[in-house]
Design a protein around this ligand. Structure first.
Ligand code: ADP
Ligand code: MG
Length: 407
């Protein structure tokens, strides 16, 4: 049995016409002799009646105190509605199909409500249905603890469901269908001329995803990489081949054109707050440790960390900045806060060992009059912190400067 896992995102299943289109794609793949497992997200985006954000908004209208356990049960509904409706559309097209919740599909997680990790998958029930010739539609983004508590997997969790099922079922591939044609050189909402990458390695796409390219969830990539299952990102409403994600060693032929590419893509993460704390001479050894411990204790993650003898700087997400400031003040520090920042990153395995990349980035941004508030780099990524107001221009400037839109 050759198994193919397909995942359809929220906009791909948002109404009956789109679901019919999706059903046609599923039926075509099945007719080519493959056994299909189809993972779905909740229908539509914020504001659409059965989207996850809409359900959460409804809950907030009733109470600000709903516990995470019950929120997870509520959030199960979105994927269940989308999956049941798609199963109906398949059945109406005379395609044998069955719907399973995450729990019924054998997805076992820990009990970290709202952001649970998959512990194990028991694929027996899915395999039985596939054996019987049915398309198995599975609710994405959800699972259950070994004692039956319902959990969700965090933002982008349906990608994770698809990748984990792909590995558990030893699928020949996992296809992530979405509203863009594949992984692009930048978010097409910001750079209209962003190019679809024909192929990219697990490592590089993981880096792009961690740095804000939300077209695929980094956890999904990590799972597929560990199981060595090829991932594809494809457009639901496009006939182009999309982006193949696999091990670097298997990409040799596919990415010959990328060999002398320094930068693969530009990413952005909005809504950050920069915090700077002056460090007195006598505190250089103790203060940074105290600050990071205090914030970690409060469950606040920090990023973009620069520690110098007289100053330390880092960023937190805007939504926790008030709490971070309060904690720091309670500890007796005088943090200097800068709201409305964004992180822009240039990612590319090709920059390793290549001199002059940072100089080009500084040049591209300064030509646009964009101030770099902070920067950092690793082997494959250079990050710059900029004002939110400069974010989109910075992404476009870097994309242009490194010629990423050329064919
Ligand atoms: P889905 O609901 O199908 O999971 P998402 O909204 O999670 O879809 O992801 C698709 C979106 O990701 C696109 O609409 C696009 O705006 C955004 N995106 C951000 N960066 C990139 C990138 N580098 N390549 C492609 N899409 C990107
Ligand atoms: Mg997504």
């Amino acid at each position: 049995m050759q198994i193919l896992v397909q995942k359809y995102g929220g906009t791909s299943v948002s109404d009956l016409d789109r679901q019919r289109h999706v059903a046609k794609k599923i039926i075509t793949a099945r007719e080519s002799g493959l056994s299909l497992v189809v993972v779905v997200s909740a229908m539509g985006r914020r504001g659409d009646p059965y989207a996850t954000d809409t359900l959460l908004q409804k809950a907030a209208e009733f109470s600000n105190d709903l516990s995470t356990r019950e929120k997870d049960i509520l959030m199960h509904c979105g994927e269940m509605i989308a999956g049941v409706l798609l199963t109906g559309v398949l059945q109406a097209a005379r395609c044998p199909a069955v719907f399973l919740t995450g729990q019924q599909a054998g997805i076992l997680t820990d009990n970290n409500f709202g952001d649970a990790k998959i512990l194990q998958i028991n694929p027996k029930r899915i395999l039985n249905h596939l054996q019987a010739g049915q398309v198995v539609v599975v609710a994405g983004f959800q699972g259950a603890t070994p004692d039956g508590e319902l959990t969700t997997l965090g933002r982008g969790g349906s990608d994770t469901t698809a990748a984990a099922l792909g590995v558990a079922l030893q699928a020949r591939a996992v296809e992530i269908y979405t509203d863009v044609e594949g992984v692009k050189t930048a978010d097409p909402r910001i750079v209209a001329g962003a190019k679809t990458l024909p192929a990219i390695s697990y490592n590089e796409v993981c880096q792009l995803a961690h740095e804000g390219a939300k077209v695929i969830h980094p956890r999904a990539v990590e799972i597929a990489m560990q199981g060595n299952i090829p991932l594809w990102v494809k457009g639901t409403f496009s006939d182009t081949p999309g982006t193949l994600i696999t091990a670097y060693s298997e990409l040799a032929g596919e990415t010959a054109h990328l060999k002398d590419q320094t930068i693969t893509g530009i990413t952005h993460i909005p809504d950050l707050t920069q915090i700077q704390i002056p460090v007195a001479e006598a505190e250089t050894l103790t203060l940074p440790l105290q600050v990071f411990k205090g914030l970690a204790h409060a469950g606040i993650s920090v990023d973009f960390i620069n520690v110098h003898p007289h100053l330390m700087a880092f960023t937190v997400k805007q939504e926790v900045c008030k709490r971070a400031e309060l904690i720091l003040r309670e500890m007796g520090h005088q943090p200097v806060i800068r709201h409305n920042c964004a992180k822009v990153a240039a990612v590319g395995a090709g920059m390793t060992g290549r001199p002059g990349v940072m100089a080009r980035i500084v040049q591209a941004l300064s030509e646009q009059g964009i101030t770099i508030l902070q920067s950092a780099d690793s082997y494959t990524t250079i990050w710059c912190l900029v004002d939110m107001a400069d974010m989109e221009r910075a992404v476009r400037a870097l994309h242009d400067h490194f010629n990423l839109g050329r064919h």
